[in-house]
Design a protein around this ligand. Structure first.
Ligand SMILES: NC(=O)C1=CN([C@@H]2O[C@H](COP(=O)(O)OP(=O)(O)OC[C@H]3O[C@@H](n4cnc5c(N)ncnc54)[C@H](O)[C@@H]3O)[C@@H](O)[C@H]2O)C=CC1
Ligand SMILES: O=C(O)C(=O)Cc1ccc(O)cc1
Length: 363
C-alpha cells in the first residue's frame, strides 16, 4: 500500500475498554463498520450492546486499532500484522516499548521485522475510569491525538491513522517515538505519579481532616483513582524518561525540606510557588488552543432543583460565555458554590447582572 485511502472501514478494534469502545462509538456514528474483539468476551458484548460496533464482521479490516494494556500491545500488533493486510495502529500511552516488542516478534516470525503497515498513535484524552461502560462517542472531540511514525512506516498508513483521529474529532500532532515518550513523561505520567503520591498521604488521615477537603485536593487527586494495573505498565514502559523527571523533583523536594528547616524560609518557598505559576500558565487551554487567562467568578447557590438552570440563564443574559465550570457542594450543607470561568472582558458585566438578579457573587 502506498496510495492514500479514505477511511472507509471496516475498522477492527482489539481491546474494547474505555479507549477502544470510545473509538468504536465515534466511528459507528459516522456509519463506519466496526468489528469488536476483546480477550474478555463480556467486554466485547458490552461494547456491542452500547453501539460501538459488532462482534461479527465478515469483511477484512482496512484498519486495526489495538487498544489493550501496554504490556500486551506489541504482541497484538504483531498478530494483527500477521493475520491481516490492514494498516495497524495502537492507542497505548507509551510508544517505544510496543514498537520494540512488535519488531522483535516480527523478526522472530521470520518477517524480517517488517512493520511498514504499523503506525503508532496515542489519543491524549481518557479518564480515570476503565472498561467499555466508561466509553463515550465524544471522548476525543477537541483533543490532541499524537501520531508516531517509525522509520519504515508507509506514508499512506500514516495518513490513514491521521484520518482515524480526525474522524474521532481530534487534532493530530506528529512526533517521533522517543519525543513522544519524553513529552508524555512530562505532561501525563509524572502528573499521574504526583497525584497518586498526594492522594496516598490521605490513606491514614482522620475523617475529620478529610471533611475539610475542598476543590484543590479534589483536583490534585482525581487521576489518582486511575487503574493501578494499567499505570504500573505505563510507568514501567516509560521508566527512562520518568526517572530523569523524578530525580529533578527529588532535588527540589530536598531543597524545600532544607529551606523549611531554616528560620527564614520565605524566599525558597516563594521561588517554588513562582516556578509553579510559570509552568501552569504554559499548559495549553481546552481544544489545544493557546492558554487564555480565565477569571473565576464564584456564586453561592441554594441546593434546590432548578437553581443551576436559573444561574446559567442569568449568566447568558449578561452576554458572558462560560468557558469552564466547577461545582463544589459540601455534603450536608444547604448551599453549594459554583465557579464560572469567563474571559476577563466578560467579568464586570457578569458580576453586575448576577448581583442585580439576587445572586451572592464573589471573585
Ligand atoms: N485510560 C486512559 O485514559 C487512556 C488509555 N490509553 C491507552 O489505551 C489502551 C487501553 O486503555 P483503556 O481502554 O483505558 O483500558 P481498559 O482496561 O478500559 O480496556 C482494555 C481492554 O483490553 C482487553 N484486553 C487486555 N488484553 C488483551 C489482549 N491480549 N487481547 C485482547 N483484548 C485484551 C481487556 O479485556 C479490556 O477490555 C492502553 O494501552 C492505554 O495505555 C490511551 C489514552 C488514554
Ligand atoms: O483523565 C485524564 O485527565 C487523563 O489525562 C487521561 C489520560 C490517561 C492516559 C493517557 O495516556 C492519556 C490521557
Amino acid at each position: 500500500m502506498t496510495e492514500t485511502a479514505a477511511l472507509r472501514g471496516p475498522v477492527r478494534i482489539v481491546g474494547t475498554g474505555l479507549i477502544g469502545t470510545s473509538i468504536g462509538l465515534a466511528l459507528a456514528r459516522l456509519g463506519v463498520v466496526v468489528e469488536l474483539v476483546d480477550g474478555d468476551p463480556d467486554n466485547a458484548l458490552m461494547a456491542e450492546r452500547i453501539g460501538a460496533g459488532s462482534r461479527l464482521v465478515q469483511l477484512e479490516p482496512q484498519l486495526v486499532v489495538v487498544a489493550v494494556p501496554p504490556d500486551h500491545v506489541g504482541t497484538v500488533i504483531a498478530e494483527q500484522l500477521e493475520q491481516t493486510d490492514a494498516v495497524v495502529t495502537d492507542a497505548a500511552s507509551v510508544k517505544g516499548k510496543p514498537l520494540a516488542d512488535a519488531k522483535a516478534l516480527a523478526e522472530a516470525a521470520g518477517r524480517g521485522g517488517d512493520l511498514t503497515r504499523y503506525v503508532g498513535s496515542h489519543p491524549m484524552a481518557g479518564s480515570e475510569r476503565n472498561g467499555p461502560l466508561a466509553g463515550r462517542a465524544d471522548l476525543f472531540e477537541g483533543a490532541t491525538w499524537a501520531i508516531t511514525p517509525h522509520e519504515t512506516s508507509d506514508p499512506a498508513a500514516v495518513e490513514l491513522v491521521r484520518r482515524l483521529a480526525e474522524a474521532c474529532g481530534a487534532r493530530t500532532v506528529e512526533l517521533s517515538v522517543p519525543d513522544h515518550d519524553l513529552a508524555v513523561a512530562r505532561v501525563s505520567h509524572l502528573p499521574q505519579l504526583m497525584s497518586s503520591l498526594a492522594a496516598g498521604t490521605l490513606v491514614d488521615a482522620p475523617t475529620e481532616h478529610l471533611e475539610l477537603s475542598g476543590q484543590g485536593v479534589r483536583d490534585v487527586t482525581r487521576i489518582a483513582a486511575s487503574d493501578p494495573g494499567m499505570w504500573t505498565q505505563i510507568v514501567a514502559a516509560n521508566s527512562p524518561a520518568l526517572s530523569g523527571l523524578l530525580e529533578q523533583i527529588r532535588d527540589e523536594l530536598d531543597r524545600l525540606l532544607i529551606a523549611l528547616s531554616k528560620e527564614k524560609t520565605d524566599d525558597e518557598v516563594t521561588a517554588v510557588l513562582r516556578r509553579g505559576v510559570s509552568g501552569a500558565v504554559r499548559v495549553p487551554g481546552k481544544h489545544g488552543t493557546p492558554h487564555i487567562e480565565l477569571v473565576p467568578v464564584l456564586v453561592t447557590i441554594p441546593d434546590r432543583p432548578g437553581q443551576l438552570a436559573r444561574l446559567f440563564a442569568d449568566a447568558a443574559a449578561s452576554g458572558a460565555n462560560v468557558e469552564d465550570l466547577r461545582i463544589d457542594h459540601s455534603p450536608g450543607r444547604p448551599v453549594g458554590e459554583v465557579e464560572l470561568a469567563v474571559k476577563p472582558a466578560s467579568v464586570e458585566q457578569l458580576v453586575d447582572v448576577l448581583t442585580e438578579r439576587g445572586w451572592s457573587v464573589h471573585r
